[in-house]
Design a protein around this ligand. Structure first.
Ligand code: XMP
Length: 523
């Protein structure tokens, strides 16, 4: 979703601009900069230099990208960017495009250089201040620079690249053929820090507590005496947004929590306890479980389930706030990765595998102004902010839970009985994962209900009951995932507890499929 709403922009003393040429690593660059306590912002590659000047940008990084600068339609930055008098660091495509625009030459390599290389420093450069004379770097590029623009000179080479690192120290332009932002490059973080502090002269004083305080001031200013409504799901993003806005405007914030009947055991109670009892927030719970389960009766197709749930959520939420007069703002926990104007250059937009459920589309229909105080933050920054605001670790570090909830974990038809079986089994699995100190070490761990009956024996009796599958995966970003190698002892305990304690289950299996080709959720 591309947010069109109100841009709460706490004043940043220092901004580093990352011009995005479509690299898969653009966000990683922005993250690395923020780790150095400097506020980074990702801009489309062709952002006018005047915009960067107006924003008070103090340094520019040109990202990599999939295109070839030799192509007729190669994405180019505004050439004025090089006349702003601001230091520029070009990475990979960023180096090639800078080299080409400033008068150098680029050629297609005979073969794509991909993987590790050894960088050897051939001169001194502030970019490599404090670093050893040789270390491992990560390459991924097709084209390469063969002639430098005037006043540029090489400062490091790799086996295959005489211009692996180049600079024009007078203009403070630097270029790297390799990727300093990825973890495979040794000292990469230090190189980026050297650029930020040594070359751009930034202090690095962006801290979360300042962000919280300035956001709170901005929210107060923006909202004035008006009311704000927020759909609280109990997930990290909406919870942190709620805590932040609540600190700013107290009871002018009303949170709406929709119980869709697809939640885990005790989930609604724990949301109510935390936000209503602990934080004393104005929280309205809407019990819409009957409506959801009614609409889902007989539905077995996963996409129909998701669409039904998405549609009903909007209806229920709209109805819930009908009677809330004087509301001007709809708050959402939109994060930075959701609002970055993604550039698609020669890349394949990921095919739609599952239609993920979120509340996009709501504000247009409701004629409310959007309030999105987290739109500049990455997920782990949101967690830091949540900790500043006093939210508990269990909430901030909880595993992801899909919007359609248990609906996509009950295979086939969703009935109250099947949901209950799944809830009880899942509570046991979660409990044992925590006991084994593994809950926070995996990406996700949950149960799936299979509407298949198999034969078993309990005592002297034959049983004919359902199957529960355990799913546990390790992942960085949910794009790919490996099944987690849980200890046999834990699996044994979970299986025996589920079979003994959950009526209706006589068999537990463990899912050993990775993504791809499987997905994390079963539906
Ligand atoms: P899959 O099953 O596609 O899931 O491998 C990847 C990640 O996304 C979560 N997921 C969802 N999250 N709404 C969400 O908010 C959804 O409809 C949805 N479907 C899957 C899933 O739990 C995993 O973390």
């Amino acid at each position: 979703m591309r947010g069109s709403g109100l841009f709460i922009m706490p004043r940043m003393s220092e901004i580093l601009a990352v011009l995005d040429f479509g690299s898969q690593y653009t966000q990683v660059i922005a993250r690395r900069v923020r780790e150095a306590q400097v506020y980074s912002k990702i801009y489309p590659f062709d952002t006018p230099a005047t915009t960067l000047r107006q924003d008070g940008v103090k340094g520019i990084i040109l990202s990599g990208g999939p295109a070839s600068v030799l192509a007729a339609d190669a994405p180019l930055p505004d050439p004025e960017v090089f006349r702003l008098g601001i230091p520029v660091l070009g990475i990979c495509y960023g180096l090639q495009v800078m080299g080409r625009l400033l008068g150098g030459a680029v050629e297609k390599s005979a073969e794509r250089e991909y993987g590790y290389g050894t960088l050897s420093l051939s001169g001194t450069s502030p970019l490599f201040e404090g670093l050893p004379s040789s270390f491992r770097v990560w390459n991924s590029h097709g084209d390469r620079i063969i002639a430098l623009p005037s006043d540029f000179h090489p400062v490091a080479i790799t086996e295959n690249a005489p211009f692996a690192a180049v600079e024009n120290s007078g203009l403070q332009f630097y270029g790297l053929q390799f990727h300093p932002e990825v973890v495979h490059t040794e000292n990469g973080t230090r190189i980026i820090r050297n650029f930020i502090s040594g070359i751009c002269g930034m202090k690095g004083d962006w801290v979360m507590s300042d962000f919280a305080q300035s956001s709170i001031r901005e929210i107060r200013q923006t909202v004035g005496s008006k009311k704000v409504i927020l759909g609280l799901s109990g997930g990290v993003d909406s919870s942190v947004a709620a805590a932040l806005i609540h600190q700013a405007i107290g009871d002018q914030l009303e949170c709406v929590f929709v119980d869709n009947g697809l939640l885990r055991k005790n989930e609604r109670q724990s949301v109510e306890r935390l936000f209503r009892d602990n934080f004393h927030m104005n929280l309205k719970t809407v019990d819409a479980s009957e409506m959801f389960l009614g609409a889902l009766a007989g539905v077995t197709d996963p996409e129909t389930k998701r669409k039904t749930i998405g549609r009903l959520f909007v209806e229920v939420f709209e109805a819930a706030i009908q009677d809330t007069s004087g509301v001007d703002f709809l708050a959402q926990g939109t994060l930075y990765p959701d609002v970055i104007e993604s550039v698609s250059i020669g890349g394949n937009p990921a095919a739609l595998i599952k239609s993920h459920h979120n509340v996009g589309g709501l504000p247009e229909r409701m004629k409310l102004k959007l309030l999105e105080p987290l739109r500049q933050l990455f997920k782990d920054e949101v967690r830091q902010l949540g900790a500043e605001l006093g939210l508990p670790r269990e909430l901030l570090w909880r595993q992801p839970f899909p919007g359609p909830g248990l609906a996509v974990r009950v295979m086939g038809e969703i009935t109250a009985e099947n949901l209950n079986i799944l809830r009880e089994a899942d509570a046991i699995f979660q409990h044992e994962m925590r006991q084994a100190d593994l809950y926070y070490k995996v990406w996700q761990s949950f149960c799936v209900f299979l509407p298949v009956r198999t034969v078993g024996v309990m005592g002297d009796e034959r049983t004919y009951d359902y199957v529960i599958a355990l799913r546990a995966v390790e992942s960085q970003d949910a794009m790919t995932a490996d099944w987690a190698q849980l200890p046999y002892e834990l699996l044994r305990k979970v299986s025996s507890r589920i079979i003994n304690e959950v009526k209706g289950v006589n068999r537990v299996v463990f899912d050993i499929s990775s993504k791809p080709p499987s997905t994390i959720e079963w539906e």
